[in-house]
Design a binder for this molecule. Structure first.
Ligand SMILES: [Zn+2]
Ligand SMILES: [Zn+2]
Length: 201
């Protein structure tokens, strides 16, 4: 999607400009994006970039914790505020935007949140409601350039990219991610059949 490309280009530009030495609240002018704080850019960078989700969450925690290794809630809230702009921009549904409840849905009780609890919470299955899109987005970015040399059984495209879905009931019935996400089905196959997701060939 266009938004992903935009952010990638942005990240590259910031990396070239020595972003790491700048204060978090400093503002940057980004062409086509208006003003963004350094923190905002870092939050997005860490959320969107490739790599292991665990590594990314560790990096994020290092940006929003204090010297005792405890989560700083106002910083986490700021992080949520920033990254929850992403699903709003990338997906059409408004259901994941930031609200004042977002923070509480992640850590309803804990006063002291250390790295392990932070990781456990964000990687829980299911994750907190406001962050359910995070693992999906991460997996999406990860498989974006995976090519499957097989024809989609519905649209018959021969350049299947991203996820591939194989029906567990029909013999050799496979869908590209676009057809699967749209609920397409043909022949004896039904979109109620169980499908297995493949992220590699
Ligand atoms: Zn297809
Ligand atoms: Zn089927």
């Amino acid at each position: 999607s266009v938004h992903l490309v935009d952010i990638w280009n942005m990240i590259e530009a910031f990396r070239d400009n020595g972003l790491n030495s700048v204060d978090h609240s400093a503002e940057l002018n980004v062409e086509g994006h208006g003003k963004l704080t350094v923190f905002s850019v870092k939050a997005m960078l860490a959320t969107m970039c490739g790599g292991k989700i665990l590594d990314k969450l560790r990096y994020i925690f290092s940006q929003i914790s204090d010297s005792n290794g405890l989560l700083v809630f106002p910083k986490f809230e700021q992080f949520l505020r920033e990254v929850l702009k992403l699903p709003t921009a990338v997906f059409e549904g408004p259901s994941f935007g930031y609200t004042e409840h977002s923070l509480r849905t992640c850590f309803p009780q804990q006063r002291k949140v250390m790295l392990n609890m932070f990781l456990d919470t964000l990687m829980a299955d299911p994750p907190p409601q406001c962050l359910v899109w995070l693992p999906l987005m991460h997996r999406l970015a990860h498989v974006e350039n995976v090519f499957h040399p097989v024809e989609c059984s519905y649209c018959h495209c021969e350049s299947m990219m991203g996820f591939r879905y194989r029906c567990q009931q029909c013999h050799n019935y496979q869908l590209c991610q676009n057809c699967f996400w749209r609920g397409h089905a043909s022949g004896p196959h039904s979109n109620q059949h169980q499908m297995k997701e493949h992220s590699s060939w």
